[in-house]
Ligand binder design. Structure first.
Ligand SMILES: C[S@@+](CC[C@H](N)C(=O)[O-])C[C@H]1O[C@@H](n2cnc3c(N)ncnc32)[C@H](O)[C@@H]1O
Length: 202
């Protein structure tokens, strides 16, 4: 069960952004939504075995984590606007009393007050990988775990504190190529690599 952790340094933790002006009003939540799509959505369906965590570190309600579980998620559409509307409604529906436990708000969509600690506690002890263009070429790492937890930065990468925490707690850094790419492209390439190693049964 691969898990993707998308760290939004400024991404809005409240639903107070404008759908019409997503990039500037949401602290670049759009970057995370594109990565969510790349991790979870395939042609005509959802990857049922994937969980995505969006770390929302921007705005009034921060920090919050939105967890999207492919096993039970419904109504996820591939276009960014629909995903933004779904996330906005979910964030708006979060109760004032939200605590560090994930609360299910819609099928497959849960939210908690928290940050990396809550994600690490929820995701368990599977091998952890930091995605970084300076890391080991994923093609030269034969034993990348299918159950891995993969950490990916946003448009601004990782802040120094997060980076040093992740370096200390991840098994290794993986690169999907020598060029620094957009987060969603990184997810696409990584997922493709995993797909090729364990193709779905025909
Ligand atoms: C747009 S990049 C970040 C760019 C940022 N200016 C920086 O220098 O870190 C977004 C994220 O994608 C991942 N990433 C980008 N290129 C990669 C590559 N070639 N291999 C693995 N991960 C990559 C990293 O996790 C990075 O934080």
């Amino acid at each position: 069960l691969p898990r993707f952790v998308l760290i939004g340094q400024t991404a809005s933790a409240s639903g107070s952004f404008s759908i019409e002006d997503l990039p500037s009003s949401s602290g670049r939540l759009d970057v995370l939504l594109r990565s969510l799509r790349a991790a979870l959505l395939v042609s005509h369906g959802l990857r049922r075995d994937v969980i995505v965590y969006l770390l929302l570190r921007g705005g009034e309600q921060a920090p919050r984590v939105l967890r999207v579980d492919g096993a039970s998620a419904k109504f996820l559409r591939p276009d960014e606007r629909s995903l933004a509307i779904l996330v906005k409604k979910t964030l708006n529906a979060a109760p004032e009393t939200l605590d560090a436990r994930f609360t299910l708000l819609r099928p497959g969509l849960s939210i908690c007050r928290g940050d990396l600690d809550e994600v690490l506690a929820d995701a368990g002890n599977a091998p952890r990988y930091l995605l970084d263009e300076r890391g080991d070429d994923v093609r030269s790492v034969p034993d990348v775990s299918d159950d891995g937890i993969f950490f990916i930065g946003d448009h601004a990468g990782f802040d120094p504190e997060t980076l040093s925490r992740l370096r200390a707690s991840t098994s290794r850094s993986l690169s999907v190529g020598p060029v620094s790419l957009h987060s969603d492209d990184v997810v696409t390439l990584l997922v493709n690599e995993l797909d090729r190693r364990s193709p779905p049964a025909p």
